[in-house]
Design a binder for this molecule. Sequence first.
Ligand SMILES: [Ca+2]
Length: 255
Amino acid sequence: MWSSSAMLQYLLAACLVSYGDAAATQCFHDNCYRAMFPTASPTQLSSATAFCRTYTTTVNTNTALTQFPTRATSACGSSPSKYSSICSCGVPPSPSPTCSTDTAANLLRNGDFECGLSPWTTYTIDGTTTSTLSSPGYNSATAFQFTIGSTTSSSSATARLIQTVYNLEPGATYTLTFETNITGPDAGFWGVMINGEPKRTVDARDNLGPGVWNVNSFDFVAGVGDPTEVKFEVITSQPGSVFELDKISLVKKSI
Ligand SMILES: [Ca+2]
């Protein structure tokens, strides 16, 4: 059984330990970025997104391209590489394809795993833990599943599921909602991190208990960095246990 002190230890340890994940590209909200992606203006944000999706997001050295948004040229100049850099940092991902049932407000893509795994990425601590798309999901065809192989530690993550989101508004409150299903009362727990900060643990015994779907959610305030990493971690010492996730959404909270 996982005591509350074990989970507290996880939260405290996670505050201090860098997991060595590949860091997301560092993006700075300088004057050029703010001119391109004004968070207070959905219309201008939309036009910047449209521009960036037709413009390469790698460094573009074609100086003949001059279709830069006029409002941005005073802050960004006319260097193609500057626009490539800003676009690669700031352009929101494409909307979820039609296979997904995600709501339009969901800032995560394919949060219901009805479109496969992408753009989620996985990490496992050794070669014995596997990730699959399982069926059925929570009120749907498909969920995400880790099946735990051998475990080497009960205090560090065995497996992780990660997605990066863009253009959260610094200082605004967001709600992360997710469904969990963990086999066995002593299997362990999911830990959830936002940009490396532990925010929530969900133990197999929490809510309705193990072997059934449980809905979880919490609010957090977005920081100034962009992009934002959303990470789910499995903390377990029980080989053979199964940890599922489904219907994950990240939505800006209305005031
Ligand atoms: Ca699903």
